[in-house]
Design a protein around this ligand. Sequence first.
Ligand SMILES: Cc1cc2nc3c(=O)[nH]c(=O)nc-3n(C[C@H](O)[C@H](O)[C@H](O)COP(=O)(O)OP(=O)(O)OC[C@H]3O[C@@H](n4cnc5c(N)ncnc54)[C@H](O)[C@@H]3O)c2cc1C
Ligand code: SF4
Length: 590
Amino acid sequence: MARKNPHVDAVLVGLGWTNSIMGMELTDAGLNVLALERGKDQDTVPDFAYPKMADELTYAVRYKMMQRPAQSTLTVRHGVNDTALPYRSLGSFLPGNGVGGAGTHWNGHTWRPQPQELRLKSYVEESFGSDIIPEEMTIQDFGVSYDELEPHFDFFEKVLGLAGKAGNINGEIQEGGNPFEGWRSSEYPMPPLARTYNDVLFADVARDQGLHPFPLPAANASEAYTNPYGMQLGPCNFCGFCERFGCINYSKSSPQTCVLGALKQRSNFSYRANCEVLKVNLDSDGKRATGVTYVDENGEEVFQPADLVVLGAYGLHNVHLMLLSGIGKPYDPISGTGVVGKNYAYQMNGGATLFFRDKEFNPFIGAGANATTVNDYGVEQIDFGQQGFIGGSYLSAAMTNGQPIRNMPLPSGAPGWGAGWKQAVQDNYGHAMSIGSHGSNMSYRDCYLDLDPTYTDPHGRPLMRMTFNWKDNDVRMTQFMKQKIETLTKALGPDDYRLSFKDFDSQYDVRPYQTTHNVGGAIMGTDPSSSALNRYLQSWDVDNVFVMGASAFPQNLQYNPTGLVGALTYWAAKAIREQYLPNPGPLVQA
Ligand SMILES: Cc1cc2nc3c(=O)[nH]c(=O)nc-3n(C[C@H](O)[C@H](O)[C@H](O)COP(=O)(O)OP(=O)(O)OC[C@H]3O[C@@H](n4cnc5c(N)ncnc54)[C@H](O)[C@@H]3O)c2cc1C
Ligand code: SF4
């Protein structure tokens, strides 16, 4: 029988961005809060100190900070009639593991969605007619508006200390920013990062073509900054060891640098690392959570009683825990009924690598979110009816690192091994830049998450099964971006270039890294028959369970998700504080 811990007011499952924020908000409200994190404890000092962090093999290739497949994985298949097999070697996406979660080793590209992306289905129907939505496409509205979220985007950006240039302040378009963004109530907290040579070349060519280049909103500090929690960041030194690494320099916004230092000082907050939550416990009628069961660092099973349970275990793990705990009806793709696991979606990216014999880019001078960006092909800028797809993308020229193992681009025809490869590396290192597109991915009836019928994890629980493949709509979108990027590429005049975009025969491949922007599975909405959570991220079925993270997105944005993930967490926290705590129960009547 599980050991029983003393009761707490709120238990947080996972300690990444979402539950660090939730910790601040719920302790502010006077609750006694405990966070349980399955990975180890980690902080800038001593864990991220130089020189150990500049070890590409350990961190970027062998994924020291990421989830270990032997500890937790899922099975993957392309279609409902296939057999799913376990994802034994991480590649396509890399969930985090440890205090700070993936926010410790992310890049820091931090966007807000365009307002219409939050009401995508309604926008498409009103603007282009419902006929253009393919029969199998299951896009929905989020159930919360951009205007409602704006104060929360603004505050999250101040907590992160974003470096950028606003394009639209209270409806007034600003020179040098993104003219296609939704309105914002204030300028970015810090000016943009310094520009690198690739940015400058790209921005000039983009401007010549009538586009609107601007600096990518970066969670890499451009100057000294103190955030609303009193946490301090110092300017990024473009060390080139950002994505997949902890920041050596207190420059990358992470839960550690922006939130946890302040949170750990609160007497009503505590956390335990190396504690994996196995399930949310429910009462006899399944309508209320009584707490969670976890395995502690000694392998002992513990029951943690709590009045409120907040899942912030990353999108995929939130869905797995809901399925294992019996929270909400599992989704069935055949009948289209049920909600938990529904609308899993990913991200549709492509890119070009450009080689110049006479240009030197010094790629070792790079930062996670160092890029110049163009948003002229965003969701709100594209005529879906005319183009024949629903979605959009931004494109950017980024220089994030010149790491010797992962970042050694070679022109077509260069040998792949041996003395010829070495010579090609010597001839080409530093002479390449890239232009990438980062695009939306729609949701479909047969792309979903459920429990695997065959494979189990070390605790004997069914693994989660992912059913996913690329669809023509999204491939049409990326092929549209390919034309735009090829035009810019040719205008830059490289000696050689390579293009890499999904084609109509592409199958989802778990091996190459794409993004860790897995969304959906526990989606928010306005109707319990089509969403697992209400508009405040509260479970429709178990009202003292709230679920944070990109699992709430009904389809994926054209952008990186964390800006919206953070804003939604503050939005949910406000509802918990102002509505739920004074009057516990469903915040929306079904
Ligand atoms: C390499 C990489 C680069 C990225 N770059 C960007 C970017 O540039 N821009 C962007 O917007 N997003 C980026 N992301 C995504 C971003 O990191 C996530 O959106 C964000 O971290 C999600 O926060 P979260 O709190 O939902 O989850 P996480 O950060 O994943 O935190 C969840 C925590 O829960 C823990 N956990 C899981 N299951 C359990 C359990 N059963 N019991 C206890 N604890 C559990 C995990 O160990 C983890 O620490 C990137 C991700 C990766 C991996
Ligand atoms: S590039 Fe900048 S933000 Fe990223 S790890 Fe290096 S110093 Fe930190």
